[in-house]
Design a protein around this ligand. Sequence first.
Ligand SMILES: Nc1nc2c(c(=O)[nH]1)N[C@H]1C(S)=C(S)[C@@H](COP(=O)(O)O)O[C@H]1N2
Ligand SMILES: [Mo]
Length: 197
Amino acid sequence: MVEDATELYREYGDDRLPPGQREFDEFPVLSKSGTPSWDPESWSFDVWGAVENELSFSYQAFRDLPSTTQRQDFHCVTGWSALGCEFTGVPFPEITERAGVRSDAVHVLFHALDGYTTDLPLSDCQRSEVLFAYGRGGEDLAEPHGGPLRVVTPHKYAYKGAKWVEGVEFLTEPEPGYWEQRGYSDTANPWNEERYG
Ligand SMILES: Nc1nc2c(c(=O)[nH]1)N[C@H]1C(S)=C(S)[C@@H](COP(=O)(O)O)O[C@H]1N2
Ligand SMILES: [Mo]
């Protein structure tokens, strides 16, 4: 079953397309550098920092976690939006439930295979539409789009969703990631046009 998460915009604004965005029919690839390689044998997804239980999942163990398929919109800060993308993956709260996030955890830093990082307040991550996605349109997520595993954040500009994610670090204070260090917004709400910090 495909859940519909495209109504999420109603929490933030009147229009599904955020201000200053253009709808694209195709789904472009946007990466700071190339597509990193990965090895299914040694790949792991790790959870550490301000948690009760540090976790490490093999590729298969991650694929065995409870998952969902959702239709979601995707908004790049450079002005394009891809509407109604169908992603399959593990909701963020599934991970925090298993890790037992400590009460002093306030932010989350996502780490990726290409050295990319991005930071969000924990409260912005604890919702069922924030997915660790391994599928799109019923197929394994293509590597240029972040396969084997990426984050999607339909309520934020898409730079908050790390492609090739390999770990999540729970922080007791904010730590700016790759684009946040380069002047982009910490909060990145598309309906408020929070593009720059
Ligand atoms: N690891 C990693 N994640 C990343 C990026 C990146 O360069 N590296 N680019 C971000 C930006 S700016 C956008 S718009 C989306 C693009 O995702 P796409 O290439 O699947 O369209 O990924 C985000 N996540
Ligand atoms: Mo972007």
